[in-house]
Design a protein around this ligand. Structure first.
Ligand SMILES: [Zn+2]
Length: 333
């Protein structure tokens, strides 16, 4: 399995949040992992993306020191490794981890240390994607995130992203941020077509996004669907999360397989293992059980993920080789 759209703060296990809080003397609403999960996971009928995003407050509270970021990343990567995954791109916004005085650079260094310690000597590989944030007064922080990504590009950081409240802060407002990314040759994906419509995806493409986070609402504009197909722009779709944030009304109406059948380069991801209470295996199982995904479609989705990864051509080829070997003779999940 490959996960290209996985948020660090939204995927921290309840027991890790507890441990980090205890070490730092931070009070939490519950000391019981099972009870704490209720505060960390979004309900199935969450209301909107804005309500979903509130679930990040608690994990972010405990991820404000170098040691906490290192340890949090270490435990997340260890759990991905234990799941038997091949490759993951883990994203987070360094500017949200600076409340106790860390610089963005220190945050990224700590995350990379945790990632490298956990992945050392294993088949599993992971890279970081640094998120810029939608917001009213963080222009400087976003520009610094772009420069930080450029400084660490090829040294554990693979790309940039734009995350946050899409309906409140339009994608088109972030042209300056991604013009700098282009100037510094940092590839990027952008969350678009989730809480906002096709115009948000069009804006992301105009700015030079090489992938689209979600893109679930592309279907409202048939011409855009055609463009995404023709240019083979990867869509990082996250079925459970898309239902929770009301980007789609229900899983049975999720367009992931209809886009795939039209020839779009669709990938399946978790978004947030804890906030959406899921795993990549579970997302694929849901597609099989609720949408009738065939073994061939599963294979195609996995190959698409390898094709869409922010890796070199040779690394992508190696991933695809492993997927083909595993899928041959093992067509049932
Ligand atoms: Zn996301």
């Amino acid at each position: 399995m490959i996960d290209l759209h996985l948020h660090f703060d939204g995927s921290l296990l309840a027991r890790t949040v507890l441990e980090l809080a205890k070490e730092q003397g931070i009070a939490l609403p519950s000391e019981e992992p099972d009870e704490l999960k209720l505060f960390l996971a979004a309900p199935a009928d969450c209301g909107s993306l804005n309500e979903y995003l509130e679930k990040f407050d608690l994990p972010l509270l405990v991820l404000q020191t170098r040691e906490a970021v290192r340890k949090g990343m270490y435990t997340l990567v260890s759990s991905l490794k234990e799941q038997g995954m091949l490759y993951a791109e883990i994203r987070f916004a360094p500017q949200l981890h600076t409340k106790k005085g860390l610089t963005q650079e220190q945050v990224v260094k700590a995350a990379l240390q945790g990632l490298q310690e956990a992945a050392a000597g294993s088949f599993f590989k992971a890279k970081l994607i640094l998120c810029c944030m939608r917001g009213a007064d963080n222009r400087e922080e976003n520009l610094l995130t772009v420069r930080t990504a450029a400084a660490f590009l090829g040294r554990g950081v693979a790309a940039l992203d734009l995350a946050g409240a899409e309906a409140l802060y339009p994608t088109a407002d972030y042209g300056e941020v991604f013009a700098l990314a282009k100037e510094l040759s940092v590839p990027f994906t952008i969350h678009a077509g989730e809480a906002d419509g096709p115009e948000s995806i069009r804006a992301a493409l105009r700015m030079g996004a090489s992938r689209i986070g979600h893109g679930v609402r592309a279907g409202e504009d048939p011409e855009l669907l055609e463009e995404l197909k023709e240019k083979q722009i990867p869509l990082e779709m996250c079925p459970s999360s898309n239902v929770q944030t009301k980007a789609v009304p229900s899983l049975s109406e999720h367009p992931v397989l209809s886009y795939l059948r039209r020839g779009l380069l669709v990938t399946v991801n978790t978004d947030n293992m804890t906030v959406s209470d899921t795993t990549i295996e579970r997302e694929f199982r849901l597609l099989k059980e609720e949408l009738g995904m065939t073994p061939e479609e599963r294979r195609q989705l996995l190959l698409n993920a390898a094709d869409a990864a922010f890796l070199t051509a040779e690394e992508r080829w190696r991933l695809k080789d492993v997927i083909e070997k595993v899928c041959v003779g093992k067509t049932e999940l």
